[in-house]
Design a protein around this ligand. Sequence first.
Ligand code: NAD
Ligand code: TYD
Length: 361
Amino acid sequence: MARTYLVTGGAGFIGSNYIHYMFRIYGDGIRIINADALTYAGNLENLRDLEDRENYTFVKADITDKEAIRAIFQENDIDRVVHFAAESHVDRSIRDPEVFVQTNVLGTAVVLNCAKEAWEQPDGSFKEGKKFLHVSTDEVYGSLEEDGGYFYETTPYAPHSPYSASKAASDFLVRSYIDTYHFPANITNCSNNYGPYQFPEKLIPLMINNALHGRKLPVYGDGKNVRDWLYVEDHAKAIDLVQEKGRLGETYNIGGHNEKQNIEIIHIIIETLLEMLPEDDARRKLISTDLISYVEDRKGHDRRYAIAPDKIKAEIGWEPETMFKEGIRKTIAWYFEHEDWMENVTSGDYQKYYEEMYKGN
Ligand code: NAD
Ligand code: TYD
């Protein structure tokens, strides 16, 4: 029988890329149930092409709703959980921290506990072959100096933003289940992702969208904060490989070996847009470095993140495959081809899509 996955947060950026990746790799060999509350960041348009698949089901469910999550486990024999659902934007967490604690901490506790309940046997061991993967971030490790060092799996946690603090708390909960119950789980801590379907509140899609409309490109602080960028499909592949080949109970860091200052990213986006837009495209006139606008810095802004993905390479053989130059071209090409998606997302129309598609559900 096909293995059954419960994916939480599958209507978001990384979750929807992961679901597409999994169907591309396994086809009808797997079944995926996508449980998502459809917050502002969840968009069923991201999965529209999969709606007719017999082996794909969407369930509108909030991970903090114990009864709803428990029902999914009772009604289905779930083999794998891949837990993406979270509030994910640092700026929002600075303005409104509480929902981050609700979703990221309490929600993770609910999903973990429902999986434990469904998989635990009378003798305290877990049913054969069941696995839980908790998707987390490198931001739990805090901030690095500009001139050196990397995050390793052994780096002590030192989160600074309410977002990273809530993710750190959720990681600790998963670790506690591993240590206390020998719960069959892995944790992955990944660097910044970019690619198709990313909500335009995050740096790369925001800059692409603003540049194409001739709007200002807001750079926080001096623009020299460094992030380690990974193409989202490489992350999806890493998650699958960790779940299939990783040692249970272990944490794996996933990173792009691709550190760049924010201001460099913005220059690359401007150059690539100008390279890719046809000569007669009117938008070319709107795009220039004059749009760059330095604005007030983010509060508590982490200076640098960088992952050393040595463990995942040595144990699992995973390495980033997409060079930034290629990844950013693929990303920009996707946004060119999906202007409607961007319009719907920025106008909020995508939420109406759900109402129309799933009336009364
Ligand atoms: P996203 O914000 O694009 O998507 C989050 C999804 O979770 C949305 O579909 C949303 O509707 C859903 N969701 C939110 N609250 C929910 C709730 N209470 N119940 C059910 N569903 C809920 O996020 P993303 O960028 O795709 O990130 C996914 C995961 O990967 C997160 O756990 C994040 O911490 C982690 N991560 C992200 C990055 C990155 O660069 N984006 C890097 C490393 C790790
Ligand atoms: P973001 O995409 O929000 O990811 P994270 O904060 O989780 O790393 O931001 C990436 C970097 O870009 C971060 O250093 C903040 C900066 N930034 C800007 O300078 N301007 C912007 O408008 C945004 C959204 C981010």
